[in-house]
Design a protein around this ligand. Structure first.
Ligand code: KG4
Ligand code: ZN
Length: 335
């Protein structure tokens, strides 16, 4: 049983997981309300909120799992990448607890947690597989090999996919975060009503670029507003602005990766994996080439401590142990 802690961004999360798969508890305190009025995550506020919540969230994760520190084998914590002040809170808490209870400490890469999440619920997942991680902070296409070895195929050159949804919602006055509201509105609209650009769709690599889509939607919205076509928060009129362009590029490049590598499956994870258009399009496109698509339930897609405890179990088996000198770093590749 491993306690997993994640405070990398705006969720204070702790979970207890047995054998890398059995989620005994998974507690998440969201800070959305704190950041909502600013239209995005304010790093300093995030750190303060983590400090307020961390002890309670850890206690609750143990209580809900019905365990005490004596039942734990190790403590795992996200120590990279993320907001430095936010990461430091989790790392300091995990170090103190590891010291007090004389438990091994493991520093975990947040992205590896996301990549591992689909494997927690699908035990027959084939290797190698392609993993598409899409969230408010990351867009990454990775080839995942046996033994949790990774080959990064591509990432975003600028904005993360989730950022496009968040920014578009902001332009339209639809609140923060924007993914879900845009997704819901798009259900009723016509995704191809307005042709937005598909940056880097046809480049001969697996890199992404989303800032152009964001800017293009912004100009469209400003023009529509000037022309009186867009009522403030007029949901009727924003439906066609669904950034289907984001989904199109993600699906196209992921499928190209599956074909090129001969992988039998693709996994989808991160907050944007909740997007219904993305899920449906990826499933449809994968079915055409006989590839399976796997995604975890929503509470394992978004930031959580269970995925950290899960991958930590695999790393623990491989012999990973970090000392109390473990440090937080804002950047961190998965190589
Ligand atoms: O993984 P996550 O909870 O936190 C990060 O690590 O960023 O992802 C949050 C992101 C936000 O950008 C949010 O707008 C987006 O996921 N998101 C969605 C949907 N639900 C959440 N994006 C598109 N469609 C959704 N249904
Ligand atoms: Zn994340």
């Amino acid at each position: 049983k491993i306690l997993g802690i994640d405070t990398s961004c705006d969720e204070t999360a702790a979970a207890v997981v047995a054998d890398g798969r059995e989620v005994l508890s998974n507690i998440v305190a969201s800070q959305v309300e704190t950041h909502q009025e600013y239209g995005g995550v304010v790093p300093e506020l995030a750190s303060r909120k983590h400090i307020e919540a961390i002890n309670y969230i850890v206690s609750r994760s143990l209580a809900e799992a019905g365990v005490t520190f004596k039942d734990l084998e190790a403590i795992a914590v996200t120590n990279r990448p993320g907001l430095i002040g936010a990461l430091l809170v989790g790392v300091a808490a995990a170090k103190s607890l590891a010291y007090c209870h004389n438990l091994p400490l493991l520093g975990i890469n947040h992205i590896e947690g996301h990549i591992y999440a689909p494997c927690m619920v699908h035990d027959a997942l084939p290797f190698p597989h392609i993993c598409l991680t899409v969230s408010g902070g990351h867009t990454l296409l990775v080839e995942v090999h046996e033994g949790w070895q990774y080959k990064v195929l591509g990432s975003t050159q600028d904005d993360a996919a989730g950022e496009v949804y968040d920014k578009v919602a902001k332009y339209l006055g639809l609140g923060f975060p924007g993914g879900k509201v845009i997704d819901d509105l798009a259900q009723k609209g016509n995704p191809s009503a307005v042709k937005f650009p598909r940056p880097m769709r046809n480049t001969d690599d697996y890199q992404f670029s989303f800032s152009g889509i964001k800017t293009s939607v912004r100009y469209f919205v400003e023009k529509a507003r000037r022309a009186g076509l867009l009522v403030e928060n007029g949901q009727q009129d924003v439906k066609p602005t669904n950034p289907a362009a984001v989904v199109d590029v993600l699906v196209y490049k992921s499928l190209r990766a599956v074909k090129a590598t001969g992988a039998a499956a693709i996994t989808l994870t991160g907050g944007v994996a909740a997007n219904s258009h993305l899920r449906a399009s990826l499933k449809l496109a994968a079915a055409e080439i006989g590839a399976e698509v796997y995604y975890p339930p929503m509470n394992l897609c978004t930031d959580n401590g269970a995925m950290i405890a899960g991958i930590a179990y695999q790393k623990y088996q491989q012999g990973l142990r970090d000392g109390l000198s473990l440090n937080a770093t804002p950047k961190g590749s998965i190589f």
